[in-house]
Write a protein that binds this ligand. Structure first.
Ligand SMILES: O=P(O)(O)OC[C@H]1O[C@H](OP(=O)(O)OP(=O)(O)O)[C@H](O)[C@@H]1O
Ligand SMILES: O=c1cc[nH]c(=O)[nH]1
Ligand SMILES: [Mg+2]
Length: 211
């Protein structure tokens, strides 16, 4: 497993506004999209490509194209949906699959309530979108699920990660072909397993309080 914390002033600035509790949902959604585009630039550095011959108005030359099948992007509902637009802006030909997962706030166990993905992911590169990596339970289950379907490698794009959650992933997926790209590794989890300093409940801040 590889962890990349993106160190860039644009990322740091946008994240600061995102963390601010007075930032309203429309601005929060816009900033999430912009942040994902910046993170996706780093996260796609090892995307599979192949040479392709093209003709410019001047001459023939060899360029670069994605190998087929193109990458699969998997937002984890609900909060991950707020990251989809920022990712597909950068990789418009990617396919998109969906995982609906929610953390039980009492037991902290991740429950999968929806799944719409190709049955066979053999050899596929998968990009998982979820803003928050707290205890790591949600991403651990999501990544294991994708590998069981045959994914070749999985890159998770997150806004914030807690050190506790990264340790859990390292213990369970340390030998796997997993990369975590994150805007900030925060300080710790609080007694309710929320990230500190964090930004609160990402799903609620994007879409309003869930019932
Ligand atoms: O690392 P963990 O401890 O598992 O917590 C992280 C998960 O919690 C949040 O989702 P939530 O369960 O609140 O669902 P939501 O997106 O519908 O709000 C977040 O988007 C992650 O999926
Ligand atoms: O801080 C946290 C932890 C889990 N889920 C969130 O949305 N925020
Ligand atoms: Mg939530």
């Amino acid at each position: 497993m590889r962890v990349l914390e993106v160190d860039h002033p644009l990322v740091a600035h946008k994240l600061t506004v995102l963390r601010d509790k007075t930032t309203p949902s429309p601005v929060f959604r816009q900033l999430t999209e912009e942040l994902v585009t910046l993170l996706a630039y780093e996260a796609t550095r090892d995307v599979h490509t192949q040479p392709v011959e093209i003709e410019t108005p001047v001459t023939r030359t060899v360029g670069t194209a994605f190998t087929k099948p193109t990458p699969l992007v998997v937002p984890i509902l609900r909060a991950g949906l707020g990251m989809l637009e920022g990712m597909t802006k950068l990789v418009p030909t990617a396919e998109v699959g969906f995982l609906g997962m929610a953390r039980n706030e009492e037991t902290l166990e991740a429950i999968t309530y929806a799944e719409r993905l190709p049955a066979d992911l053999t050899g596929r590169q998968v990009f998982v979108l979820d803003p928050m990596l707290a205890t790591g339970g949600t991403l651990r289950e999501a990544v294991k699920f994708l590998f069981r379907r045959g994914a070749a490698d999985v890159t998770c794009i997150c806004l914030l990660a807690a050190p506790e959650g990264l340790t859990v992933l390292e213990e369970e997926l340390g030998d796997s072909n997993v990369t975590i790209v994150v805007a900030s590794i925060d300080e710790k989890l609080d007694e309710k397993a929320y990230i500190v300093p964090g930004l609160g409940d990402a799903g609620d801040r994007l879409y309003g309080v869930a019932g």
